[in-house]
Design a protein around this ligand. Structure first.
Ligand SMILES: Cc1cc2nc3c(=O)[nH]c(=O)nc-3n(C[C@H](O)[C@H](O)[C@H](O)COP(=O)(O)OP(=O)(O)OC[C@H]3O[C@@H](n4cnc5c(N)ncnc54)[C@H](O)[C@@H]3O)c2cc1C
Length: 293
């Protein structure tokens, strides 16, 4: 790839937020470069849901169709590379790429997503996005009427209520270190799990085994990229970038969209493909307004 690129707008991220931002910018013939290092939040998911017109679509098909649509716009360039640093300089931003190379831009749209930090339980990483997920809107309906588990007591009350109309039964499975007093839970903590093909087999600390069809957990969200920190962006208590109603961050010319950012009024990002594309579109408009100001 070229090592030195100059563009109007740099978009960091090729998930739904970044791809929608690119499409919106292409539609008005502004120049943008999209950097994508290929680490998507829903990478382990076979089918995504709760997106009108695309309910049940494999995420990679969605991204691949989006990239094809964007290639029709001459002012947009898709680059498979990781941004390793970014500074305000030269009246805009200078962003460095892994393996060498620089992108100079007047504005930056960060759409670099988050990663899910899961508790250390043997087997959990392998079933994440399959029989274990976090979001009742995304993952519950396909298991309707089945045996549902909730991993961890912290959000068990909220999740149980949310899942009650969908689940046949709901079982709370504590994790190591959980507070169980007063939670009505008398099971020892989970020490392992595996997908048998027919169910999720969960092993408890006393050696007993519980079997559920699907389980829900609340992961800790971490920024996927160092760029918010390197650019000195203000964060919400959730760790996501603080944005205003136009996706503007605390640094003029830097917009943020998708799971990585939200309004301070929200406790966490409204994490979904639909919300990410909506925010990406708004960030694109705000970036163009910034160029015009
Ligand atoms: C298990 C699971 C199931 C889900 N199921 C659904 C569902 O059914 N329906 C739904 O609507 N939502 C679902 N989601 C949520 C959905 O995946 C996210 O809301 C959505 O992907 C957010 O899009 P995004 O563009 O913000 O981030 P992402 O899709 O995570 O994209 C981030 C992009 O930034 C790039 N990036 C990061 N850092 C850098 C860097 N330094 N340089 C270059 N590129 C970088 C990544 O490579 C990637 O291209 C699910 C999430 C999980 C974890």
């Amino acid at each position: 790839m070229a090592t030195d690129i100059t563009t109007d707008i740099l978009i960091v991220g090729g998930g739904p937020a970044g791809l929608q931002a690119a499409l919106s910018i292409g539609r008005v013939h502004r120049n943008a470069v999209v950097l994508d290092d290929g680490h998507y939040r829903n990478a382990t998911v076979a089918h995504m849901h709760n997106l009108i017109g695309a309910d049940g679509t494999p995420p990679e098909d969605f991204r691949s169709r989006a990239r094809d649509e964007i290639r029709a716009y001459e002012t947009i360039r898709l680059v498979n590379a990781r941004a390793s640093g970014s500074v305000t300089a030269e009246g805009g931003f200078v962003t460095t790429l892994d393996g060498g190379g620089v992108v100079r831009s007047r504005a930056v749209v960060l759409a670099s997503g988050v990663r899910d930090e899961l508790p250390t339980v043997p087997g959990l990483d392998e079933v994440w996005g399959g029989r274990v997920a976090h979001c009742p809107f995304c993952h519950a309906h396909e298991f309707a009427g089945g045996r549902f588990g909730i991993l961890g007591t912290a959000a068990a009350g909220h999740l149980s209520t949310m899942l009650a109309p969908i689940a046949g039964s709901v079982m709370v499975l504590p994790l190591a270190g959980d507070e169980v007093d007063g939670q009505g839970v008398d099971r020892p903590p989970v020490v392992g799990m595996r997908d048998t093909g027919a169910a999720l087999e969960v092993t408890l600390a006393d050696g007993s085994v519980e079997s559920v069809d699907v389980a829900f957990i609340v992961p800790t969200l971490r920024q996927r990229s160092d760029l918010p920190a390197l650019l000195g962006l203000e964060l919400n208590p959730s760790g996501c970038v603080r944005v205003d109603e136009f996706q503007r961050t605390s640094v003029p010319g830097v917009l943020a969209a998708g799971d990585m950012a939200h309004l301070p009024a929200y406790p966490m990002p409204m994490a979904s493909v639909a919300s990410a594309t909506a925010a990406g579109q708004l960030a694109a408009s705000a970036a163009i307004m910034f160029l015009m100001s």
